[in-house]
Ligand binder design. Structure first.
Ligand code: FE
Ligand code: FE
Ligand code: MG
Length: 173
């Protein structure tokens, strides 16, 4: 990698940053696929709102994978080359959708985002004042993951509230 570009990394090995970024890279691909397939199979009330949110998040996760891959290459590393390795290196794993009901799907997705937030906040702590470029990238991704969790929780609350009101108004009939 570029010599001056590398010389600005202090107090952490570029190799170690690459190792951690590859774990995050695996997470992003699994997370992309989880949203991709959830958006296809989700069922139930207010499904359209969920589909729009899940599709948007899928695109965001793919963009994150790209940001992480670019940084791995800049650091002289190689992004994981085989999807089989995603499962080996992932921090957050993959939550196979077993129940397609919208509330169950949202619950799985929220768990994934909470794991992503923990992972990226560790990366932010690790790179702070050491590798400013990676720090900037993982901070941007962290902000997106926080927004993702918030969007999903808000949607889950809206649906729960709507169902409650529906039940209440039906009891009045
Ligand atoms: Fe992500
Ligand atoms: Fe996310
Ligand atoms: Mg969103």
């Amino acid at each position: 990698m570029a010599r001056v570009g590398k010389s600005i990394i202090k107090g952490i090995e570029a190799k170690e940053v690459v190792r951690l970024l590859n774990k995050a890279y695996a997470d992003e691909w699994l997370s992309f696929y989880q949203y991709y397939i959830e958006e296809k199979v989700v069922k139930g009330i207010m499904k359209d709102a969920a589909i729009a949110e899940l599709a948007q998040h899928a695109q965001d996760e793919l963009r994150h994978a790209d940001m992480v891959a670019q940084r791995i290459l800049q650091l002289g590393g190689t992004p994981l080359l085989n999807p089989k390795e995603w499962f080996v290196h992932s921090n957050c794993g993959y939550e196979e959708p077993k129940n397609f009901d919208i509330l169950a799907i949202l619950e799985d997705a929220i768990k994934g985002e909470q794991c992503a937030i923990r992972t990226y906040s560790e990366l932010v702590e690790l790179t702070r004042n050491k590798d400013i470029v990676t720090y900037d990238i993982v901070s941007q991704i962290l902000a997106d993951e926080v927004e993702h969790e918030e969007d999903l929780v808000a949607l889950q609350e809206d649906i729960t509230e709507f169902v409650k009101e529906l039940k209440a108004s039906m009891q009045k009939l």
